[in-house]
Design a protein around this ligand. Structure first.
Ligand SMILES: Nc1nc2c(ncn2[C@@H]2O[C@H](COP(=O)(O)OP(=O)(O)O)[C@@H](O)[C@H]2O)c(=O)[nH]1
Ligand SMILES: [Mg+2]
Length: 329
């Protein structure tokens, strides 16, 4: 038997900042059991009025760029300023890489010991759509638990940057100096999503290289179309090792938040994100309610055979599938 609380108990615990209850509620959100999902929604409904009050920051960059190390330094700096910080990860690849890539600092040892920080990795090997959806709900719980800053870390591969960009107020792209765009797998599209670029590891011998990279990326960004919200994404350098540039990055985030709060784009961005979230869930639900119909696999196989050999065209094939009753006549 699994131990479950009543929805009010979860909600009360979360609002009181009880980390154990918070973790249990996140486990509910991550659960695939239908009864857990119902309970999770009941908890979310109760905490919703107390959510939304954080600054949500997404952090991306290729494996090895220094995301985890940066979050350790940045998070420690922010808790030092009196902030309470939740770190969530969106990483559909974590199962494959096993966190062993390029000396990956997945554990965040310092931050995980910090009473004002809460670290929650996403379940490994989950589908991207699922992870993104659960991370959004988890974010709401963390906000209700009193975390005023949410950092969402994602690996710069595949679609995960787009998913994370769609749930944050500020999207930070970390870059390596002298690695070359191709090596970093950096698609132009991701740079266009960024609210700031930061060249990492700007320490020791790497400092000059980092400064040169900063100028190059600044020039590259000048050629991009304007963001439309009055904000011009800057390029900074930082080092998680020496702490240089960490405070400037925080000032940048605050500056962007102030500007977009004043000109209304912060609210607009969140509203659009909520709508996009709803639409993508609706699409998923419609799709599964179609494919999960009884005998759909067989019916689809028969129709697809006819389409393949050309005896049935796609449009009438679809009409047939949609008009047939699930029991099939
Ligand atoms: N010199 C230097 N090395 C760093 C810095 N940040 C990270 N690293 C190193 O880069 C490697 C990858 O860092 P990690 O945070 O795991 O990268 P992630 O894969 O993006 O999360 C580790 O060996 C870190 O010690 C930095 O600011 N300066
Ligand atoms: Mg990492």
């Amino acid at each position: 038997m699994r131990h479950r609380l009543a929805p009010d108990h979860y909600a009360t615990g979360i609002l009181a900042g009880d980390r154990l209850v918070l973790s249990q509620a996140i486990t509910l959100i991550e659960s695939k059991r239908p009864d857990d999902q119902v309970l999770a929604q009941q908890v979310l409904e109760r905490i919703l009025p107390n959510s939304g009050k954080s600054i949500r920051v997404g952090i991306t960059g290729v494996p090895g760029v220094g995301k985890s190390t940066f979050i350790e330094a940045f998070g420690t700096y922010l808790t030092g300023l009196g902030h309470r910080l939740a770190v969530l990860t969106v990483d559909p690849t974590s199962q494959r890489s096993g966190g062993s890539l390029l000396g990956d600092k997945t554990r965040m040892e310092t931050l995980s010991m910090n009473p004002n920080a809460y670290i929650r990795p996403s379940p490994a090997g989950d589908s991207l759509g699922g992870v993104g959806h659960r991370t959004r709900e988890t974010m709401l719980l963390c906000e209700a638990a009193g975390f005023d800053l949410i950092l969402v870390e994602t690996v710069g591969v595949g679609q995960s940057e787009t998913v994370v960009h769609g749930m944050v107020d500020f999207f930070l792209l970390l870059m390596l100096a002298g690695a070359g765009d191709e090596l970093q797998g950096m698609k132009r599209g991701i740079m266009e999503l960024a609210d700031a670029l930061a060249i990492t590891k700007a320490d020791g011998d790497n400092q000059q290289l980092a400064n040169r990279a900063r100028v190059e990326y600044e020039n590259a960004l000048h050629l991009f179309p304007p963001t439309g919200n009055g904000w011009f994404p800057p390029v900074l350098t930082c080092s998680a090792l020496t702490g240089v540039g960490i405070d400037a990055l925080w000032a940048t985030i605050q500056g962007q938040q102030q500007l977009t709060s004043e000109n209304g784009h912060r609210t607009h961005r969140r509203q659009e994100q909520q709508l996009t979230w709803f639409r993508s869930l609706l699409r998923q639900r419609l799709e599964s309610s179609f494919y999960d119909q009884p005998d759909m696999r067989n019916r689809l196989a028969i129709i697809e055979d006819q389409v393949r050999v050309g005896t049935l065209l796609p449009v009438p094939a679809i009409e047939t599938l949609l008009s047939q009753s699930p029991t099939g006549h």
